[in-house]
Design a protein around this ligand. Structure first.
Ligand code: SAH
Length: 469
């Protein structure tokens, strides 16, 4: 069922558009004469009639208005909680998302998804959900509760202190805070067959785990983790079952985790991480490999293909694989300071772990001769200290000492620091492993700004060749 977002005034338009960009199947409705026609999908004339008709048709409803307006409009229809679709009140600035109704149809999960878009918490009040950190009545994609009619008694017994045992495999429940015990009074069955549903046994039908049903997404979170993350990446993170990645990157997306299992790894083991993700996907799970920035730029996407090619396992070749792009560090760094990548540029990793230093020197020389702007990834690390100084020396053979250099550290994250210096003043101490460096071309310009210690730096689109200008 689609999500209907109802607007009463123009103020809610930006909220509605952000929700539409982040979630699938969203239709926006604007009140005639109050909301610009071009800003919404559909126009309505009477709020009460519209919300009642959507409610009766089973739409998930998010109304950008006071909860009182919603409650009074649908009060007369509220008599069957099993039939209620999710109804949410959303504050017009996105600061509050309140699941009012439809807890049994996933209202809390949807409220959390919408709240995550605005970096806030959903106002969840359902005791089971809060206490057990899981919504028994709204299981994740692929699981279906067979006997919702028994759920009310089951849940009140749990809330009253009874314990539960799990039969079958359900990672989303294993991670919850349900009071598991071997001699429990209550049972949850995960099965592909009938099961024995009753008010002491909840039965879920589980996904068929056949060998070809797995999916692998390799995503990039962008340089930070929130406002530069694409809607596609948000959606994939939320709809998957497993997250694989370097701990630092998994921590960045942790606020978006609902029931997914984390598989943390060390920074240096990209191939093992890729193999682990491929195996999980081949076993039928929906797996996300988390990279920072763009996953195809010095990151996990290539590692996944290396593993597929090297190990040559047939089951990996039938995995449905999707790479979801992200904003790379060089784009974010450039945007912070102006437009240094406005003309031809090249991108070089200064790490000589996976390629010989002689190759790097040769490429630096060629790029300097070609008068490219250069973006350097991996400029330095604790083990690699001299490479950046050597790079400066080499570039100075071709480029003026006054060439602008941008050092952008931890762009979009806490501790962000952007500095502008010149090639002759570039010092290895000014960079660390979270720094992206941009070295200008002969054309790159520095413009001083009023009331601002940092200048603008840009590279014009036109290339002026001496004598031909
Ligand atoms: N896939 C990433 C790059 C990973 S390589 C991307 O597309 O951005 C790691 C290097 O990327 C770091 O050494 C640093 O040079 C750069 N980097 C990654 N995130 C950064 C950030 N937030 N700020 C500045 N540089 C960053």
């Amino acid at each position: 069922m689609p999500i209907a977002i109802l607007l009463l005034s123009q103020q809610g338009v930006s909220i509605a558009q952000q929700i539409k960009n982040s979630l699938p199947d969203v239709v926006t409705y604007g009140l005639a004469d109050r909301v610009e026609l071009s800003d919404v999908d559909l126009v309505y004339h009477n709020f009460g009639e519209t919300i009642r008709s959507l409610f009766c048709s089973g739409f998930t409803i998010g109304a950008v208005c006071a909860s009182g307006i919603i409650i009074r409009s649908i009060a007369e229809l509220l008599n069957d909680k099993w039939q209620e679709p999710p109804v949410l009140a959303i504050a017009e600035d996105g600061s509050a998302v309140v699941p009012l109704l439809g807890g049994l149809q996933g209202a809390n999960a949807i409220a959390r998804e919408i709240a995550a878009i605005f970096n806030t918490e959903a106002a969840v009040t359902t005791s089971g959900d809060i206490r057990f950190r899981t919504a028994l009545l709204a299981p994740p994609a692929g699981y279906r509760l067979v006997n919702p009619e028994h759920a009310k008694t089951f849940l009140s017994n749990l809330l009253a202190g009874q314990t539960v045992k799990l039969e079958g495999h359900a990672p989303w429940l294993m991670q919850s805070k349900l009071p598991f015990a071997d001699d429990a009074e209550l049972t949850i069955q995960i099965t592909e067959t009938q099961g024995t549903p009753n008010d002491r046994t909840l039965v879920y039908h589980s996904p068929q785990l056949d060998a070809c049903s797995g999916k692998l997404f390799v995503i990039g979170t962008g340089p930070g983790a929130d406002r530069w993350m694409s809607p596609e990446v948000r959606q994939v993170l939320q709809q998957s079952t497993d997250w694989v990645g370097y701990t630092t990157y998994l921590n960045l997306v942790e606020p978006l985790r609902i029931h997914q299992i984390r598989h943390d790894s060390d920074n240096r083991v990209e191939l093992d991480r890729a193999r682990q993700a491929l195996d999980l996907a081949a076993s039928g799970r929906s797996v996300v490999v988390v990279s920072s920035g763009d996953p195809g730029i010095f990151a996990m996407a290539a590692a996944v293909f290396e593993a597929i090619e090297t190990d040559d396992k047939p089951e990996w070749r039938s995995i449905e694989l999707q790479i979801c792009p992200g904003i790379s560090a060089m784009q974010a760094a450039a945007a912070r300071i102006g437009a240094p990548l406005g003309h031809d540029f090249c991108v070089i990793s200064l790490s000589d772990i996976l390629k010989p230093w002689s190759v790097i020197e040769q490429r630096l020389t060629a790029a300097a001769q070609g008068d490219f702007v250069m973006a350097f990834y991996n400029p330095i690390s604790t083990q690699r200290r001299w490479q950046l100084d050597r790079t400066r020396e080499l570039l100075l053979q071709f480029r003026s000492g006054s060439t602008p250099v941008i050092l952008a550290r931890s762009v979009g994250r806490s501790g962000e620091l952007i500095q502008v210096t010149t090639l002759e003043n570039l010092k290895a101490e000014d960079a660390d492993m979270r720094t992206l460096i941009i070295v200008g071309s002969s054309q790159t310009r520095v413009l001083a700004r009023e009331h601002h210690s940092l200048p603008w730096v840009y590279t014009p689109r036109r290339y002026q060749v001496e004598g031909e200008g």
